[in-house]
Design a protein around this ligand. Structure first.
Ligand SMILES: C[S@@+](CC[C@H](N)C(=O)[O-])C[C@H]1O[C@@H](n2cnc3c(N)ncnc32)[C@H](O)[C@@H]1O
Length: 221
């Protein structure tokens, strides 16, 4: 693709569905110029800084699943660390089209699939590592999704979510959105998030961070 063709496609995707993630296309072009859901223009930079300590310097030989991958930012981060196989999954076809476009322009070899999380369309223990960033609170059946992560993951999961920082008596709260037909979003506190991963057959969990209504854990099989 020529630079002009790349810029044209970036602008088309900007009109529909809009770029949620700002991805470096490695030729002086980045994808994002405006907010689509209130996120910052450099999204997911802050999220990346929060979860980066859980990413090893090398994923050499590892297979990595990026659930709720959007346009592939975290999939590309795994590919850059030398993963043998990276798959990005998102239920929104338009985001998967963006991801495939970015993959082609960047010259990466990530596989992107349209798919959901209950079930995840892969066999037991397919992936060494599962990345699940900014997804769980969107999923209606949050425990079902975590069970599925436990089923497809062999070694560990890196998880980031909206969380409750207090509410010790209410470990998992459904925050209802009165303006849409969606049921709302699930906000666990960190102990509840860890407990759900233990129930999904992860044996050890560690807190990665907790800040400003977001939190992260790493869960090991
Ligand atoms: C808030 S965005 C987070 C994207 C990315 N992981 C990040 O942190 O920048 C949530 C993503 O999950 C996808 N998503 C939401 N519910 C999903 C589901 N049930 N199955 C698969 N993807 C889902 C959305 O299409 C969206 O791309």
């Amino acid at each position: 693709m020529t630079i002009d063709e790349i810029k044209t496609r970036v602008a088309e995707f900007d009109r529909n569905p809009g770029w949620y993630q700002n991805i470096d296309l490695k030729n002086g072009i980045v994808t994002k110029t405006r907010r689509i859901w209130g996120e910052k223009i450099d999204h997911p930079r802050e999220r990346w800084e929060a979860v980066r300590p859980a990413f090893p310097a090398s994923f050499k030989g590892k297979s990595v699943l990026d659930l709720g991958c959007n346009a592939g930012f975290f999939s590309f981060a795994a590919a850059e660390r030398g993963a043998a196989r990276v798959c990005g999954v998102d239920y929104n076809e338009k985001f998967i089209e963006q991801a495939r476009f970015a993959n082609e322009v960047r010259g990466d070899r990530v596989e992107f699939q349209v798919g959901g999380v209950t079930p995840i369309n892969f066999k037991r223990n397919t992936f060494d590592v599962t990345i699940c960033i900014g997804l769980l609170y969107h999923v209606t059946d949050i425990m079902g999704a975590i069970m599925e992560i436990g089923r497809v993951t062999k070694e560990y999961a890196i998880v980031e979510s909206a969380i409750l920082e207090s509410h010790e008596d209410h470990p998992l709260v459904l925050v209802a959105d009165q303006n849409t037909s969606r049921p709302g979003t699930w906000h666990p506190n960190i102990p509840a998030l860890k407990k759900m991963f233990h129930l999904a057959h992860f044996t050890r969990t560690e807190t990665l961070f907790k800040k400003d209504g977001r939190g992260g854990i790493v869960a090991w099989k």
